[in-house]
Design a protein around this ligand. Sequence first.
Ligand code: PLP
Length: 368
Amino acid sequence: MALDLLSHIDARPSEHRISEVERLARMTNPGFGKVFTEHMVTVRYTEAGGWERGLLQPYGPLMLDPASSVLHYGQAIFEGFKAYSQPDGGVNTFRPFANAERFARSAERLAMPPVPEDIFVEAADALIREDKAWVPTAIGESLYLRPLMIATDIALGVRPSHEYLFVLFASPAGAYFSGGVKPVTVWISEDYVRAAPGGTGFAKCAGNYAASLVAQRQAKSEGCDQVVWLDAVDRTNVEEMGGMNIFFVYTEGGRTVVVTPELTGTLLPGITRRSILELAAELGFGAEERKITVAEWDAALKDGRMTEAFACGTAAVITPIGRVKSRHGDWIVNGGETGPVAVKLRETLLAIQHGLAPDTHGWMHKVC
Ligand SMILES: *Cc1c(COP(=O)(O)O)cnc(C)c1O
């Protein structure tokens, strides 16, 4: 067992690596979240001892007692960020400290202990270095990192757990959309809400997703790809699209403005969202965070002021919205086509992530 006293993680890597032929076969059209690398990192927490030293070990099943509190009361949070192959053959991650910070805020909301940011980032770095061969090299492809934390007390009493397990594993991700970015059709959900004031909307917790699945299924049955969430109180303000943030593009008198719903506590504060707001301003677009209602969306499309709509998140980067359906109507956005602002923002972000454009914001973290 290699022991590096300066780090928080010990390494006990697999003695049985899969062949290069097999690895390359698995990495061909990996899709999203179906293929995993050969290792994972685990770090245990106890109330008495705090965070223990982590362990990099072969990827495999976790053993959980059936009474583990996560299985009953759902103290479970996760994150998602990506590592990108660089022109010099190295690998960089995109804004991992922002994910570490958000992970800590999610933990706090679920009465869980925050994982120190250095442990969070070091776990990812150690895993990426060990499984570097699994980082795809083509533009648009990446290694998706999935950190998570669960409550592991063996007890059925309802209270915050005293013990937790932090796990980080990785999955090679193809270009989310093979054959170009295809606009999606969205269903505006009026029957279900994702998050309510005072709830867990801003936290990346498993329960938010569990609660969203029935709405996603309804969207599918209405012939749509994704659900659009409205605010829980008035059901008028647009909040998010599925597990992504949403943007609207206005073009008036030759000026382009990107607008995204303001963070109210019920929205998930996306790191892609934040990055796009910064890039938009640099590209000469206006950038606004404010409320936007369904009625405004409809009206601005009809009078031609709104020229595009798109969603954004780590997994797919930018997904254009081509059509909007609800019980009250059916609208087309930008003729159902991907618009130039979505393309420009997507290309700008991807160029920074792949090291093809200067990283003027200090967003990229060098791993190896
Ligand atoms: C993760 C997530 C996002 C996107 O966040 P990124 O940091 O950009 O990946 C948006 N909405 C929800 C509900 C999410 O869970």
